[in-house]
Design a binder for this molecule. Structure first.
Ligand SMILES: C[S@@+](CC[C@H](N)C(=O)[O-])C[C@H]1O[C@@H](n2cnc3c(N)ncnc32)[C@H](O)[C@@H]1O
Length: 233
């Protein structure tokens, strides 16, 4: 059973940035409707049926930004169906360009808030989830806007398969600490780190994202967290 769709969701990020180049605007009109995840309020979704060929595994990326990480993963894992969610229209257009240029058949896009998508997914369907450099909302009074929250982690736990992996990255000191604290409180996620290099060095199958690159240029190092969804009893 899927969880009910959340009511009256507010989101705080930017939806629109600079005016889109004509080619990217055209992709929003032509390609997006072909690969957009059809969500109907409160209705469960069959995520495997979204793909022409039923994928062996399903992964999800939340807040994919310009989509370079999503495209990299999709290109190297043809048997995976990648669900990708992003609010920022310019980012969606950028991922569409990657998909068109590299002819990627295994990405489906939710160009909206990830939370209704999580609510519509069936239990235990995802083998991997990426949440890379989520907006940090560093002021304490904005803490409830942070994606890493008890409610969103509960939603993730429901849709993640036993043993599935959750990858979180952050370059923001407050968000790093926040995430470690939130995750440490939970019995349903196990941190996979054994030594400091596990969180200080980005694994090879985890390409740099645009935000990570920007942070590096500004002198901030990133934290790479990998958690395993603890198997259900
Ligand atoms: C700081 S950016 C990081 C983008 C990308 N992951 C990277 O590392 O370059 C965070 C992104 O998450 C998106 N975002 C924020 N809340 C979201 C939500 N509830 N659902 C989907 N995307 C969201 C924002 O629009 C923004 O593009």
């Amino acid at each position: 059973m899927s969880a009910p769709a959340p009511q009256r969701l507010r989101h705080y990020g930017r939806r629109l940035g600079r005016k889109l180049r004509p080619g990217r605007a055209a992709l929003l009109e032509t390609l997006l409707p072909q690969i957009q995840i059809p969500l109907a309020a409160g209705k469960p979704l069959d995520p495997w049926a979204l793909f022409e060929r039923r994928p062996a595994r399903l992964w999800l990326e939340i807040g994919f930004g310009a989509g370079e990480h999503t495209a990299w993963q999709a290109e190297r894992h043809a048997d995976v169906g990648l669900l990708a969610s992003e609010i920022f229209v310019n980012g969606v257009a950028s991922l569409l360009r990657h998909i068109a240029e590299r002819k990627l058949a295994n990405i489906r896009i939710h160009p909206e808030d990830a939370r209704p998508l999580l609510a519509a997914l069936p239990d235990a369907c995802l083998e991997r989830v990426f949440l890379l450099h989520p907006d940090p909302w560093p002021k304490a009074r904005h803490a409830e806007r942070r994606f890493v929250s008890p409610a969103n982690l509960d939603a993730l736990v429901r849709v993640m398969a036993d043993g599935a992996e959750l990858r979180i990255a952050s370059d923001h000191p407050i968000y790093k600490l926040w995430t470690l604290e939130q995750m440490a409180k939970r019995g349903d996620f196990e941190w996979l780190a054994r030594r400091s290099r596990d969180w200080l060095i980005r694994p090879e199958d985890w390409p740099e994202t645009r935000y990570e690159h920007k942070a590096k240029g500004e002198g901030r190092t990133s934290l790479y967290l990998r958690y395993r969804r603890v198997p259900r009893n």
